[in-house]
Design a protein around this ligand. Sequence first.
Ligand code: TUI
Length: 315
Amino acid sequence: MFENNVICKLLKIKYPIFQGGMAWIGTAELASAVSNAGGLGLIGAGHMPPDVLRKEIKKCKGWTEKPFGVNIMLMSPFVKEVMQVVIDEKVPVVTTGAGNPGEYLPALKEIGTKVIPVVASVALAKRLEKGGVDAVIAEGCESGGHIGEICTMPLIPQVVDAVDVPVIAAGGFADSRGLAAAFSLGAHAIQMGTRFVLSKECIAHPNYKEIVLKAKDRSTVVTGRTLGHPARVIANKLTRTYLEMEANGASPEELEQLGVGSLHKATHEGDVENGSVMIGQISGMLDDIKSVQEIIDDIVNGLPQAVANLQSNYL
Ligand code: TUI
């Protein structure tokens, strides 16, 4: 079905569906399940120390024969060491987030790792194309977690027009309609985080999944704008305190202190009131937990109908 898809050919995957990296919950369990189901699974390195990442990579290699990747969060204090781990382990695909991976490109390219950074602007996409990246993931601000300023609908076609490398669309995708829309905008694949949080294989605490299941269209808010690193999260006690302090001119140190450990508090301790529940706006549409295989199969199997629905408007 996707024999001519440039991303499937580039990465030797069956379906043009990536799993978003996701700190703490993009584990080897989830990444290997996505890769085994025909997509591209990614271990979210987040703030992981290098030895922990190495263990996750080894687990993933043990659980899938298919290509998988590691998402490296460039604001991590361990970024240099985790880059060395993915090089030592010859991880087939590296995606990056929350920064410019330019300085690491030569070393990754030298060992044949495919490098696919997440970008949130046309300018960075163009700069990284010059540096030799294999593709870019253009992520709109509908996404959960750390985001840019531009929404998916205007971002994707602008990035597609600006670069010659293939574009993967991210931010607000969770079903066949979304995949058809991404193709319409000129992207060759989609990346999904939120949809995979609501999978059986995702190890997030049941409270985390429950609050995502209950989310409506307006359940998320953006914190951290004044610090220069905005993040989309579910509105809760933590965000109310945070946004109030932000509006009252709290110092960057005070605000950062509030965020320390807050993601783990939500994902692993299940404290979804005082923790940071990073999730995308598409959570409002999702009301079931499925296996990764079902999620991917449903999207792929629904694609012909989604495309037929487009045509019914003008043919
Ligand atoms: O990276 C993400 N999403 C994330 S990372 C994360 S872990 C974290 N934990 C605590 C605090 C902060 C983060 C949670 N969610 N998405 C990819 C992404 N990258 N979205 C936006 C960007 C981005 C933004 C600006 C990439 C580059 C950029 O500019 C860099 C430059 O130099 O121009």
